[in-house]
Design a protein around this ligand. Structure first.
Ligand code: HEM
Length: 284
C-alpha cells in the first residue's frame, strides 16, 4: 500500500498517476489526533503561569500605544478571507468525490483554483511593495528564542525569551509551510488546467510526457492532502480562546493594547503612537 498509485503507459512504461487517496483519511485523522492531543495538553499538562519575558515595556512607551492597535489593513483582510473561501472550495471539490460524493467537480475546482491563484499573486505584490515584507519570516531572534523556550521547557537553564515582533514564531512557521503547499498546488494546478476543458485554451494532454504529468499530479495531490491537516490546524488555533484575539483582528483589523503589550515587543513591532493616530495606520 504505497502513497503513490502507478499505471502502465501505452509504451509499457510504469508511471505515477496520482497519490493514493487513502491519504485523505491519514491527513484528516492525523489532523484530528493532533488537535485532540494539543487540547488535552493545554488543558491538563501545560504550565499555567504567564510566560517569562526578557524585557518589560517602559511606562512612557506603553502610554503612547493606542487602545486599538492596527494589525491588518482592509486589503490584507480581504485577501485572507477570499483565499480562505477559495481554499475551502478547493478542498471540498477535490476530496468529496474521492470519498464517495460524486458531482461534476472539475469546473468548480479550477474556478476556485484561479481565485486562489489570483489572490496569491495579489498578496505577493501587496506584501512585497506595501507591507513590511520581512515581518513574516523567522529572524535570528525568533530562532534563538525558540531554542531558549525548548531548553526551559525541558528543564534546562536558559535566559527568558523575548516578546514577539508582529508575528509569533509559530505563525511564521505555519506561513512558511502554507507558502510551500500553496505554491505547489497552484503551480501544478495551472498546468493541469491544460488537461481539462476550459474556455481559456485548447486542451492538450500531450504537453508533457506521461512521467512528467504523473509527477505533477502526485505533487498536486500530496500538497492538497497536506492542506487538509494544515487547514484543520489553522481553524482549530483560530478558534482557541487564547488565540481568538488574533482571529478577531483578522475580522476587525485591530487588537487591544493590553494584548499587544503582553505578547509583542514594541521595539520589534513598532505601531503608531496614540498621538499620531489619524495621520498614519500601520496595519499591514
Ligand atoms: C487547496 C488546494 C487544492 C487541492 C486540495 C487540490 C486537490 C486536487 C486533487 C486531489 C485533484 C485530483 C488529482 C488526481 O486525480 O490525481 C485535483 C485535480 C485538479 N486540480 Fe486541484 N487542488 C487544489 C488547488 C488547485 C488549483 C489552485 C488549481 C488551478 C489553478 C487546481 C486545478 C486542478 C485541475 C485542473 C484538476 C483536474 C485535473 C484532471 O482531472 O485531470 N487545483 N486537485
Amino acid at each position: 500500500m504505497g502513497v503513490v498509485e502507478f499505471a502502465t503507459s501505452p509504451w509499457g512504461q510504469t508511471v505515477p498517476i496520482h497519490v493514493a487517496f487513502y491519504l485523505i483519511w491519514v491527513a484528516a485523522i492525523g489532523g484530528l489526533a493532533f488537535l485532540i492531543c494539543h487540547a488535552i495538553y493545554v488543558q491538563f499538562m501545560a504550565k499555567k503561569e504567564a510566560p517569562a519575558h526578557a524585557a518589560s515595556v517602559s511606562p512612557a512607551l506603553a502610554a503612547g500605544i493606542p487602545e486599538k492597535v492596527a494589525r491588518h489593513s482592509m486589503a490584507a483582510r480581504l485577501f485572507h478571507w477570499i483565499m480562505a473561501l477559495a481554499m475551502l472550495a478547493l478542498l471540498i471539490t477535490a476530496f468529496l468525490p474521492k470519498v464517495g460524493y460524486q458531482f461534476p467537480w472539475v469546473t468548480y475546482h479550477w474556478i476556485a483554483g484561479l481565485v486562489l491563484t489570483v489572490s496569491i499573486i495579489y498578496h505577493i505584490i501587496h506584501a512585497s511593495f506595501f507591507m513590511d515584507f520581512w515581518s513574516i519570516w523567522p529572524d535570528n531572534i525568533d530562532i534563538e528564542d525558540a531554542k531558549r523556550r525548548w531548553l526551559r521547557a525541558t528543564g534546562k537553564p536558559a535566559p527568558a525569551p523575548r516578546k514577539f515582533a508582529k508575528y509569533p514564531m509559530e505563525n511564521k512557521m505555519y506561513h512558511l509551510i502554507i507558502v510551500l503547499a500553496g505554491l505547489s498546488v497552484t503551480l501544478t494546478g495551472l498546468f493541469m488546467m491544460k488537461r481539462v476543458r476550459t474556455p481559456f485554451f485548447t486542451r492538450n494532454p500531450y504537453l508533457f510526457s506521461d512521467m512528467t504529468w504523473g509527477l505533477t499530479y502526485v505533487l498536486h495531490g500530496l500538497a492538497g492532502v497536506g492542506l487538509i491537516a494544515l487547514i484543520m490546524a489553522h481553524i482549530y488555533f483560530a478558534l482557541r480562546p487564547e488565540k481568538f484575539v488574533i482571529t478577531k483582528s483578522m475580522v476587525f483589523g485591530t487588537m487591544p493594547r493590553e494584548y499587544y503589550l503582553e505578547h509583542h515587543d514594541p521595539e520589534r513591532w513598532t505601531v503608531p503612537q496614540a498621538s499620531s493616530l489619524g495621520k498614519a495606520a500601520n496595519g499591514d
